[in-house]
Every structure is written in structure tokens, then in C-alpha cells.
Design a protein around this ligand. Structure first.
Ligand SMILES: O=C(O)C1=C[C@@H](OP(=O)(O)O)[C@@H](O)[C@H](O)C1
Ligand SMILES: C=C(OP(=O)(O)O)C(=O)O
Length: 427
């Protein structure tokens, strides 16, 4: 699918979609509990992967109105009858690899081309240390992955510099083993707020994990616990909202995004980033609304360590801001659906913007956008970010636009409802 984007601004109000990260955790934990109801889950391609995987472990999941009713396996996942295909979802692959380790048999997990090129070595290594035979069939840490269950608690260390999802996965599975686990981190921990999101839902489901030294965390996970999620409401997604808010800042127009209440999401940082860049933004936490009313944007230096998913948004903001924007501490952004540092540099250059890509940083010199035919890299965040660039440049065509189904299925409808000129076509 292609999207043609014309010069346009935004106006009015729009609802942020439910958080993808919170939805993955709520479904996974409900799948391990008894009976739970999840209110306002995100139903997208990635969260459908988590639903399918939980069903393969024996959970029953039904949609009733806007809710998901989940009858879980009460801590004892069954051995799946078939290969688990997570499609494009890294979160699902990592979480379900650890859940497989709780079964008493063999699970095989795989996914699409992108998933089969993303690293998992640190997770597989720690599972080995926890008594599980877990390996990549290609011996490079990439899916397909084989897991022979039998998870036991132990004292282990994991590399935190590639993906926090390995740690979230272990935090989800380890409370269900017979003995306790102590998990500490080697190297710099990236994407830490996602671990806080995991701990938030784990705690709401009545499971206890002790965190020693929140800055360089060590997790003490008592064993023999059980999840009881019962009732859970998913908050709005700040990563998805970043495109809506940035659209107003980039086109000097105005939008109010609703459903943005405080939560543990690191991407709440978009509010301060926009403020720092010069946008007129006001977040009313009690009302859960964030309003952007234009502004004169200038370049900033951003540390992407905790908020990798904001990188495509900040890259397009930087491309039309005055001066230079540098995104540092961003090597882990290369291990996503695609290498997003490279993808943004290549596509922004096609639109006339100077970019300098280094091993773990991207510098963007603000300039005049020109319309172009650009590649969406089959990556939802690249497509959504380039849509904003197209609204400034006009005459922009982005391919692989269907990838928005991964995290924000009605992104184009939402953008159209606030005035964006976006037209979808089949080829
Ligand atoms: O746990 C999660 O929900 C996520 C963690 C982050 O990944 P990394 O921890 O691999 O950086 C983030 O980029 C991804 O979109 C969602
Ligand atoms: C990287 C992402 O998700 P995942 O790791 O679950 O594929 C994302 O949504 O940007």
C-alpha cells in the first residue's frame, strides 16, 4: 500500500490509541492468570501476535465489545502444538521465548524476515544459565528459536545494551518458577522505562519483584508466585501520540490529543522534547490531554537511550527545525523492525535534508523539505514519521504504508480526521 501526502496542517481533537507495550504485558500476564478482563486493549498486528501465542499456550481469549476476556493457564502454559509465528513483533518473540521456558516440552518460535534478523543472544544465554536448553537454529541468536522448557531460578546476569525486552521477558516468567531468581545487568541498560512498564503490570497482578538500586537495577524475583490480573485498563500510547503532536508542531497548526494520562511510558518524554524544540505545548495530566499550538522549532541534542521509539519522530522534527539536531546513544535503534538510524538518514536525504549517520548517533541539519518518493522500509514508525515530513513538503509518496497496522491501525484515519491530506492506494 502507498500513501500520497499533500501539504497540510492539523486542527481539532483526536484520541491517542491504547499503548502497545501495556497491551502486550496485560495479555501475557492475563494469559498466565485465571480469569481477567482487559479494557481498551490495542488490537493491532503486533498485539494479535501476542494473543495468538497465549492461545497456543492454552489461554482462551475472546473479544467482547472493546474488551478482551481472557481465561488463562494459571501459571502452567501448555506445550504449543505448532510453531509460534510472531510475525513482526519483537516484544512477542522475546516474551514468548521466556514463557516457553515454563512449559514441560519443546517450543519453536519464528517470525517474518525482520524478526529473523533481530538479535536474541543475551536472552538465550541467560535461559541456558537458568537450566533451559534454548538456541537459535541458525546459531546466530536470531529466530527460529528452539526452547526446551524447565526454567529454574538462579543468580544470573544479562547484557542490557541491546534490548530491554530480554529483561522484561525474564521478569514475566521467573516469578512462576519453583525457586527465586536474582537478575543483574551487565553494561549500560537501554530502554529502561519499558522495564518499568513491565513491573507496573506485574505489580498490578499481585506479583512481587524487588528492585535494588533503580539506576543500575538488580531484580530479586521470589519464585512460586501466581498472577491475578482480574481487571486492567490500558492507558493511551505516547509513542503513537508523538506523531499527532509533532504534526502540529511541524505544520505550525494545532491539535489536542486525548487519552494521555501519566503512566510509566518513557515516551512521555515527547512532551519535553517538543517543548525544548520550541513548540507551544501544554499537557494537562489530570484531563489526560496534550495540546500543541504551533511554535518555532530549533534543533536539540537528544539522548535516545531510554526512548528509542521516538527517534523517527525527532528526526523529522529536526529536519524542519532551525539548526542541527543530534540524536545520541542510539545504537540500539538499529535493532528494530529495521535499522531506523540508517532508514531515516536515507529517506530524509531523498527529501533534501542533510543527515550524518554515525555508529550510535544521527545528526540532522534542519532545511527545506522537498516532496519525493520515499521508502517506508516496511516499518510502521518510519512510515508515520515520513507522513509528517510529507505534510510539510507536499507531493510525497511513501510505500509499505500498510505497516502502520503493527502499532496504530487507524493512523491514517486519525490523521485525515484532523485535516492531514493523506490518500491511500493499493500499489
Ligand atoms: O518492551 C517493549 O514494549 C518495547 C521495548 C523497546 O525495545 P528495546 O527494549 O528492544 O529497545 C521498544 O523499542 C519497543 O518498541 C517496545
Ligand atoms: C520496536 C518496536 O516493537 P517490537 O520490538 O515489539 O517489534 C516498535 O514498536 O517500534
Amino acid at each position: 500500500m502507498k500513501v500520497t501526502v499533500g501539504k497540510s496542517g492539523v486542527h481539532g481533537e483526536v484520541f491517542a490509541p491504547p499503548s502497545k507495550s501495556y497491551t502486550h504485558r496485560a495479555i501475557t500476564i492475563a494469559g498466565l492468570s485465571k480469569d481477567s478482563t482487559i479494557h481498551r486493549p490495542l488490537l493491532s498486528a503486533d498485539t494479535q501476535s501476542t494473543i495468538r501465542a497465549c492461545e497456543m499456550f492454552g489461554a482462551y481469549i475472546e473479544k467482547e465489545g472493546e474488551d478482551l476476556l481472557i481465561s488463562g493457564v494459571e501459571g502452567a502454559p501448555e506445550v504449543p502444538e505448532d510453531v509460534i509465528d510472531v510475525a513482526n513483533s519483537g516484544t512477542t518473540l522475546r516474551f514468548m521465548t521466556a514463557i516457553s521456558a515454563l512449559t514441560e516440552g519443546t517450543t519453536v518460535l519464528t517470525g517474518d524476515n525482520s524478526i529473523r534478523s533481530r538479535p536474541n543472544d543475551p536472552l538465550l544465554r541467560v535461559l541456558n544459565d537458568l537450566g533451559v536448553e534454548a538456541y537459535s537454529t541458525r546459531n546466530n541468536g536470531c529466530a527460529p528459536i528452539v526452547v526446551n522448557g524447565g526454567l529454574k531460578g538462579a543468580i544470573v546476569k544479562i547484557d542490557g545494551s541491546i534490548s530491554s525486552q530480554f529483561i522484561s521477558a525474564l521478569l514475566l516468567a521467573c516469578p512462576l518458577t519453583k525457586n527465586s531468581t536474582t537478575l543483574s545487568i551487565k553494561g549500560e541498560l537501554k530502554s529502561k522505562p519499558y522495564i518499568d512498564v513491565t513491573l507496573d503490570v506485574i505489580e498490578k497482578a499481585g506479583v512481587e519483584i524487588l528492585v535494588e538500586d533503580n539506576n543500575n537495577p538488580k531484580f530479586i524475583i521470589p519464585g512460586n508466585q501466581s498472577y491475578k490480573l482480574e481487571e486492567y485498563t490500558v492507558p493511551g500510547d505516547f509513542s503513537s501520540a508523538s506523531y499527532l503532536l509533532a504534526a502540529a508542531a511541524m505544520t505550525n497548526s494545532s491539535v489536542t490529543v486525548k487519552n494521555l494520562f501519566p503512566s510509566m511510558q518513557g515516551d512521555i518524554a515527547i512532551i519535553n522534547i517538543l517543548k525544548e524544540m520550541g513548540a507551544n505545548i501544554f499537557w494537562d495530566m489530570e484531563a489526560g490531554t496534550a495540546t500543541v499550538n504551533g511554535g518555532e522549532l530549533h534543533g536539540i541534542t537528544m539522548d535516545a537511550g531510554a526512548t528509542p521509539d521516538l527517534v523517527p519522530t525527532v528526526a523529522v522534527l529536526g529536519a524542519m527545525a532551525k539548526g542541527e539536531t543530534t540524536i545520541n546513544n542510539a545504537e540500539h535503534v538499529r535493532y528494530k523492525e529495521t535499522d531506523r538510524l540508517h532508514a531515516m538518514a536515507v529517506e530524509l536525504e531523498k527529501m533534501g535534508i542533510f543527515c550524518k549517520e554515525e555508529k550510535d548517533s544521527l545528526t540532522i541539519r534542519g532545511g527545506e523539505f522537498k516532496g519525493a518518493e520515499v521508502h517506508g522500509w516496511h516499518d510502521h514508525r518510519i512510515v508515520m514519521a515520513l507522513t509528517l515530513a510529507g505534510m510539510v513538503a507536499g507531493d510525497t509518496i511513501i510505500d509499505t504504508a500498510e505497516s502502520i497496522f503493527i502499532s496504530y491501525p487507524n493512523f491514517f484515519d486519525a490523521m485525515r480526521s484532523i485535516g492531514a491530506d493523506v490518500v491511500l492506494s493499493e500499489q
